[in-house]
Design a binder for this molecule. Structure first.
Ligand code: 5RP
Length: 222
């Protein structure tokens, strides 16, 4: 599986050309893309990158990858990121690693969003993986109640026995909606709840998914 993550990530990195602004995702599959980008930079390619998390930022510093402040650019040429689930229609669930807010902002500013994954992430219908919902701490009780009214059983995410805290100081409610028949509708419904900052349904944001299975890549495009 890890080899497939690496193969998918390295295939995506082939889309990066000299002079581009590149978004760098978060997680164990994006990890391989970040390393491959580090190698490109080492070999002299001129790139500017935008990390989607503090974890990715730290990796970029260690690998000597140049970064740019997202608020000083108009667009990102290519972003390479992972996913927790994807369908052949390029609908995604993201946020297993907790970076969904910055990931969605980066994806929204990106011209070509490439998702890299091994074959375990391909599903017929989203929803086996719980939908991560980032909320401001003050609203976690209210949002949990409201998620219930739209069919979601939410559980506040914990890590090492404590409430998980995102890079923005928020918490995450992992919400189980069962299989999601209409992801676009659910996207809107969750967005309407006061106190929700963002959620992990990524609809209409991915341009290409590169999946690797048994050492071979398969590409799904819009
Ligand atoms: C982080 C994410 C990751 O892309 C997602 O969790 C997949 O991670 P991995 O490649 O480790 O399976 O959305 O917020």
């Amino acid at each position: 599986m890890n080899n497939d993550k690496k193969i998918a990530a390295e295939e995506a990195v082939k889309e990066i050309k000299n002079g581009m602004v590149v978004g760098l995702g978060t997680g164990s599959t994006a990890y391989y893309a970040i390393h491959a980008v580090g190698a490109l930079v080492k070999n002299g390619m001129q790139l500017l990158t935008v990390p989607t998390s503090e974890q990715t930022k730290q990796m970029s510093i260690e690998l000597g990858i140049p970064m740019v402040d997202i608020n000083t650019i108009d667009a990102i040429d290519v972003t390479i990121d992972g996913a927790d689930e994807f369908t052949q229609n390029l609908e995604l669930i993201k946020g297993g690693g907790g970076a969904l807010l910055r990931e969605k902002i980066v994806a929204s500013l990106t011209k070509k969003q490439i998702i890299v994954a091994d074959s375990s992430k391909l599903v017929g219908e989203l929803g086996k993986f719980k939908v991560p919902v980032e909320v401001i701490p003050f609203a976690k009780g209210y949002v949990t109640q409201q998620l219930k009214t739209i069919g979601g059983i939410g559980l506040i995410r914990t890590k090492d026995g404590k409430e998980y805290v995102t890079d923005q100081g928020n918490c995450i409610i992992d919400a189980d909606f069962g299989l999601i028949e209409n992801p676009a509708k659910l996207d809107e419904q969750i967005n309407q709840i006061v106190g929700v900052v963002e959620h992990g349904l990524f609809i209409g944001l991915a341009d290409r998914v590169i999946m690797a299975k048994d050492g071979e890549t398969i590409s799904f495009s819009k």
